[in-house]
Ligand binder design. Sequence first.
Ligand SMILES: Cc1cc2nc3c(=O)[nH]c(=O)nc-3n(C[C@H](O)[C@H](O)[C@H](O)COP(=O)(O)OP(=O)(O)OC[C@H]3O[C@@H](n4cnc5c(N)ncnc54)[C@H](O)[C@@H]3O)c2cc1C
Length: 322
Amino acid sequence: MGEIFVVVEHRDGELREITQQMLWKANELCQSLSNTLTAVIIGGKDEPFIQELTERADRVIVVEDERLKDFNGDYYKEILYRLIQERHPLLTMIGHTPWGMDFGPPLSIKTGFPIATDCVDILVEDGRLKAVRQIYTGKLFSKVSFKESDGYLITVRSGAFPPDKAGEHKGEVIKQEMPADLPEVGKEFIAFEEAAAGEVDITQADLLVSIGRGIGEEDNVAIAKELADMMGGVLSCSRPVVDKNWLPKYHQVGTSGKSVKPKVYLALGISGAFQHVAGISGAGTIIAVNKDKKAPIFRVADYGVVDDLFKIVDALKERLAA
Ligand SMILES: Cc1cc2nc3c(=O)[nH]c(=O)nc-3n(C[C@H](O)[C@H](O)[C@H](O)COP(=O)(O)OP(=O)(O)OC[C@H]3O[C@@H](n4cnc5c(N)ncnc54)[C@H](O)[C@@H]3O)c2cc1C
């Protein structure tokens, strides 16, 4: 029976949510491929989340050493290479995070296994693995096939899968020492610095005026910002607006952005993809403006306006200025 590895991501004794998301998908893949699920922890002594992982995997391999307490991509690459040589997993799932982006590609070179990066889904078709990636800034999904190999590596985009528990597991814990003969590593962990909070905190706002791709072009962002200011609200957005660099990432609502809980959420030109809507489940009143009456945002909106957003924004500004 084959094995699927999920490389556990953690910091300061806490699991990062990408780990639970990968475990959810790995569980599904294990069922269709009749594989077993192995969570691989590379960390310090007695990390506190080992028990939690036994409930989500068939096996938890723990390589522990105080030198592994903080992330070092070189150690990850070397240790994973050895584990892969030893256990021959069909698939190794890695978060598409700064960690995974650091050690994933070198691990692919070292093992000779093909890698698909930044994947939003993983499929099994005719018994073979395929990965789904987004292209053209998320407008199209592409299905990626792998060349025939003994093993495959996939880095998974954060938010692609739910973090929910799946399947019944009573994982066996296998503890291993850090191999004594690892080659000298070139990288050194110095410190972890939390990213700056950003100029606005959309999670604390009572009123959010949120713009999507329907805003059309960068120059139009100012029109929505003006409305938000006039209403005493804060500007937020969907992911394409961030991908196009029209607003900084800390404005983004959704699974790979922030979850928000305003009293009022005014969505302008947002279609209502589940990754966006998941971020507004805590909102009070949702008002959506979209020129497409079939847009999924209307399924979650308390009030909907089927019209051109610029017409509505102008009308609101006129009323507020009066
Ligand atoms: C792993 C993963 C994570 C993701 N995380 C997030 C996330 O955190 N947040 C997020 O938002 N998305 C996220 N996405 C992307 C998500 O799937 C959608 O692609 C995205 O939410 C669509 O953004 P949008 O609604 O602005 O754009 P579109 O889907 O292109 O919708 C634009 C809408 O604007 C309307 N429109 C156009 N012009 C006008 C006009 N003049 N007046 C009125 N309406 C108009 C259109 O009818 C359309 O409904 C993620 C995707 C993946 C795969």
